[in-house]
Design a protein around this ligand. Structure first.
Ligand code: AMP
Length: 483
């Protein structure tokens, strides 16, 4: 199968050549002809499979005829995070370089006025996060009745972030006759409901889920205590034992990302944080510093890191074991790319052992322990504080350290200070989507609750083991997908 066989225009094919793409990926081979035929598409595919170009290229072909009018975009692409939106924007600019297109990026954290100027000129393509899009709509700056194609990308992430009510609302504002391209890595029940409501007789395209891990990644478990301060010390010991060029350290929660970054600073480890509560500017700046090698460690949450084009890293460290085993595969896929050796270490507390077993089941491999393995009767850390006792402990430690104030200033991880910060961060921590529209906040809260339940049911999309180019899957797809 070649790109020439898919029905793309000569101009779009020139863009393919300019981008250096030689063979279509499975999702591209299957989706492009259907999109060009005007059909709705339900694509079960993850980032890293080439799905962005699978909708960008046929959309470019379509845009060769017709024109956008002021405030009436023709194409609407919805992304769950600002970074993903910015990345799709980049892809459109790259592949659409020889098109005279106006592409507007509507994301939070960026001035309304600039976005508004673009809209008033007449944007052909709008790439937006749901909240910011609705903000523009509510201000009367945007009309949605000219939209010909709607792309909903990373729908399951939208669900995790509580955006489903926004998506439903947006779908209702669009013309009934539009074409809908809907992508999701998994199909929890709420996503199924949405697709059956808003897609018309879609063609379903499924590409293999990446539940396998490339053999160039050396993976280890690391026994870790549950007490946060001790766990951070275990992380530092691990870091000291490794020849780390650069590493991504994943935490499950935003609050822990912030606490860990703070701890890295105190211990003179060169790190930056990436989590969903940071403003756009700060996130992009941190990413750039990591790309440029100015910082060695990127401390990140899954939501912030998902789908980002983060460069090759020598190490991935799971400070927390992810609750969904598939996230483990996504995370460690950041290392060991293009046949190079990569290292993945995951800190396992006693409470995490069940999750570690689930991961081993998914990847079909038992991992070795780095250093000491926990023994069978090892009951881990009995001193694990009960819920809510963290503040009490911090307060008592603060008292103790106040008593020692005359002594030399401790350079170690002052848990009291960290816990103090932790409380503030914790208060803001559940507001992943809050920086978007205020108006949709109430439904989003409801959805978050129901989405938590729905996420429990999530199963990895088991694909029809799609192959590329007659069985050969190139190295960049062999690696696990970028989260
Ligand atoms: P995506 O899943 O859309 O994020 O794409 C993952 C990466 O694969 C991006 O860096 C694309 O530029 C690249 N890519 C997409 N399609 C192809 C292709 N047919 N050949 C080579 N690279 C591709």
């Amino acid at each position: 199968m070649s790109f020439d066989d898919l029905g793309l225009s000569a101009r779009a094919l020139a863009a393919v050549t300019a981008a250096g793409f030689e063979i279509p990926t499975p999702i591209q081979a299957q989706a492009i002809p259907e999109v060009l035929a005007g059909r709705d598409v339900l694509g079960l595919a993850q980032t890293g499979t080439g799905k962005t170009a699978s909708f960008t290229l046929p959309i470019l072909t379509r845009l060769e005829t017709g024109r956008a009018r002021a405030r009436m975009p023709r194409i609407l692409i919805l992304e769950p995070t600002r970074e993903l939106a910015a990345q799709v924007h980049e892809s459109f600019e790259l592949l659409g370089a020889n098109y005279k297109l106006t592409i507007a990026l509507l994301i939070g954290g960026v001035s309304f006025a600039d976005q508004d100027r673009k809209l008033s000129k007449g944007a052909d393509v709008l790439i937006a996060t749901p909240g910011r899009l609705l903000d523009h709509f509510e201000r009367g700056k945007l009309m949605m009745n000219g939209v010909e194609v709607l792309v909903v990308d990373e729908a399951d992430r939208m669900l995790d972030m509580g955006f489903i009510p926004d998506i439903e609302r947006i779908c209702k504002l669009l013309p009934f006759t539009r074409q809908t391209l809907f992508f999701s890595a998994t199909m929890p029940s709420e996503i199924q409901r949405i697709t059956s409501t808003f897609l018309h007789n879609p063609v379903r395209i499924e590409v293999a889920a990446r539940s396998s891990v490339v053999s160039t990644i050396r993976q280890h478990w690391v026994k870790a205590p549950s007490v946060p301060k001790e766990k951070r010390a275990a992380l530092r010991d691990l870091i000291a034992s490794q020849p780390i060029k650069n590493a991504i350290v994943f935490c499950n929660r935003k609050r822990d990302v912030a606490v860990l970054e703070h701890s890295f600073q105190r211990h003179k480890l060169s790190g930056g944080a990436l989590h969903g509560d940071m403003n756009q500017h700060a996130r992009l700046e941190t990413l750039q510093r990591f790309r440029d090698g100015e910082i060695t460690f990127l401390v990140a949450s899954d939501v912030a890191a998902r789908g980002l084009d983060i460069p090759e890293v020598s190490h991935v460290i799971n400070y927390d074991i992810p609750s969904a085993p598939e996230d483990y595969v996504h995370r460690i896929g950041r290392t060991g790319r293009a046949g190079r050796e990569g290292h993945a270490f995951s800190l396992v507390t006693r409470e995490d052992r069940g999750r570690a077993k689930d991961i081993e089941k998914l990847i079909g491999q038992e991992l070795d322990w780095f250093g000491t393995a926990p023994s069978k009767d090892d009951d881990g850390d009995r001193r694990r504080p009960s819920r809510g006792s963290g503040r009490r402990d911090a307060a008592s430690r603060q008292k103790q350290s106040a008593g020692k104030r005359d002594g030399p200033k401790k350079s170690d991880d002052s848990d009291a200070a960290v816990a103090e910060e932790n409380v503030t961060i914790a208060e803001a921590a559940d507001a992943e989507a809050a920086s978007e529209t205020k108006s949709a906040r109430a439904p989003r809260e409801r959805s978050r609750k129901s989405s938590a339940a729905a996420t429990q049911e999530q199963k990895p999309a088991r694909g029809s083991d799609a192959t590329w180019n007659g069985g050969h899957i190139p190295a960049f797809l062999q690696r696990s997908v970028r989260p």
